[in-house]
Design a protein around this ligand. Structure first.
Ligand code: FAD
Ligand code: SF4
Ligand code: SF4
Length: 450
């Protein structure tokens, strides 16, 4: 069945927390919004986290209601497993051609009952659990996915037909192919988020080579109630770790990696994880090796002090190298910065690299917005006064697509982007005589002085 083209007020690209919030804020004001997410579920990185700093709220508990609100909002048209393929101006706005990737499952029939998943004989490393657990070739992406439709990995499918035979509503179709449709819109919000700086980028830290050196997202999954093991076990051999170390700035503030900026969230997530690990493994020793601790937000410094009071050890030093002993325990070589620059070696059961953030997507070629030369994040015209307004009229940015930030700031920025989009849409409906940059009056004033 061919997909219908659509006309909306605003298109939001990316369904992480920033994109979801921007879509909801616009839809609540009565605007028609299309949200296009490339993955099979919305939720972005946030839905994979365990708990959030500084409140330690359960991440699933606070993210899933937002995901449902997006899926059920009368003014939001949600398109998952879709990507914008091309964009053109139509004189009055934009026309996006969207590719709908085949799920090999009819969305209008699938009830998310998972019978197909239980019947499928193929086990694959589970992407959502970063390869720690397994999932089937056909599966609902993860337990709290929105929407709850199965998706089939045709590359790894045996075409044995077991899923097709067991599906109670005949939703599986191995012949499904990609489809395209168009979305016409007046404004676009880029909310394409971030990816982690590669764990193996700093070869001397052993990420990707030493089995008990992992990145911090792995620990989020180990700590999450929906995680792969239901317990914190080190991936190398399944042992419960008694000594865990964090290495800060393991992918940020480093010229050799081309990531000169601070990723802002790593100090706070390391402190959070250290606290959660103290709860999960009360006898474990936890050490954080750092150069500076940056606790920039409201209540964050207190959070840090609470961690110190809990007995988490903070060691100011520069980690030079991580090797392993004969039992595959990581050995950290560190130059202490407060004790006559002594170099010491300490052995831990598990080392966590506090990797940083870099842009997940470069929209420059397709969307015609500029990205910063030094870090690749979407550039805005006036970072202080109009932080969501890009170089191209009608194109806005929010969340970590604009630069490293935490969830609170992503949500605040999503609200700001929605306000800018609303002002832009209203200005077009009742055009102002002069100086119409199509942003809020405040932003327009500031841009005039920028
Ligand atoms: C280990 C770790 C722990 C953290 N813990 C915390 C915490 O406790 N508290 C806190 O405040 N912050 C925490 N953060 C930061 C938090 O993850 C981010 O602030 C937040 O997820 C940013 O949301 P976002 O929507 O900007 O990006 P994302 O979550 O990356 O969402 C972007 C979405 O866009 C989609 N997308 C990308 N490109 C395209 C495209 N071309 N087309 C369509 N869709 C696309 C992606 O698939 C994704 O769904 C943590 C980060 C890490 C790494
Ligand atoms: S494809 Fe069929 S069996 Fe699988 S989740 Fe959907 S309805 Fe259930
Ligand atoms: S046909 Fe493919 S997806 Fe379906 S059960 Fe067999 S291997 Fe799994």
């Amino acid at each position: 069945m061919a997909l219908d083209n659509l006309r909306v007020d605003a298109l939001v690209v990316g369904g992480g927390i920033a994109g979801m919030q921007a879509a909801l804020d616009l839809a609540d004001q009565g605007y028609q919004v299309a949200l296009v997410e490339r993955d099979a579920s919305i939720g972005g990185k946030m839905i994979a986290l365990s708990k959030v700093f500084p409140t330690l709220d359960c991440c699933s508990c606070i993210t899933t209601p937002k995901m449902s609100a997006v899926a059920h909002h009368a003014n939001i048209h949600l398109f998952t497993y879709c990507e914008v393929q091309s964009l053109r101006g139509n004189g009055d706005g934009f026309v996006s051609q969207v590719l709908k990737k085949p799920r090999y499952v009819y969305e209008d029939l699938c009830t998310g009952c998972r019978q197909c998943e239980y019947a499928c004989p193929v086990d694959l490393p589970a992407a959502f659990d970063l390869g720690l657990g397994a999932h089937r070739a056909i599966r609902v992406p993860f337990s709290t996915a929105v929407p709850q439709y199965a998706v089939l990995d045709i590359e790894n499918c045996l075409l044995c037909g077991k899923c097709e035979r067991v599906c109670p509503v005949s939703a599986v179709d191995f012949t499904q192919s990609a489809q395209t449709f168009e979305i016409e819109t007046s404004a676009i919000v880029l909310a394409t988020g971030y990816e982690l700086t590669p764990t193996d980028a700093k070869q001397e830290y052993g990420g990707g080579q030493l089995p008990n050196v992992v990145d911090a997202l792995v620990v989020e999954r180990l700590l999450a109630p929906t995680g792969p093991y239901g317990h914190v076990l080190r991936p190398g051999d399944g042992k419960e770790p008694d000594s865990i170390a964090y290495v800060q700035c393991a992918g940020s503030r480093d010229q050799t990696l081309g990531v000169e900026y601070c990723s802002r969230v790593c100090c706070m997530y390391a402190i959070k994880q250290a606290m959660l690990l103290s709860g999960a493994l009360p006898l474990a020793d936890i050490t954080i090796y750092y150069m500076d601790i940056r606790t920039f937000g409201k209540g964050y410094e207190q959070f840090y002090q609470n961690a110190q009071a809990m007995g988490i050890e903070f060691v100011k030093g520069k980690v030079a190298k991580i090797t392993e002993d004969k039992d595959r325990n990581p050995v950290v070589r560190v130059e202490l910065m407060e004790e006559d620059a002594q170099v010491v070696e300490r052995t831990h059961d598990l080392v966590v690299l506090s990797v940083g953030m870099r842009p997940a997507y470069n929209p420059q070629a397709m969307y015609g917005v500029s990205v910063a030369e030094d870090d690749g994040f979407v550039e805005v015209l006036s970072p202080n006064m109009a932080p969501c307004v890009t170089s191209r009229p009608g194109l806005f940015v929010t969340g970590t697509a604009a630069g490293p930030m935490d969830i609170v700031d992503s949500i605040v920025m999503a609200g700001a982007a929605a306000a800018e989009v609303a002002a832009y849409l209203e200005a077009r409906r009742a055009p102002r005589p002069v100086g119409d940059l199509g942003v809020t009056a405040g932003a327009e004033r500031e841009l005039a002085h920028a």
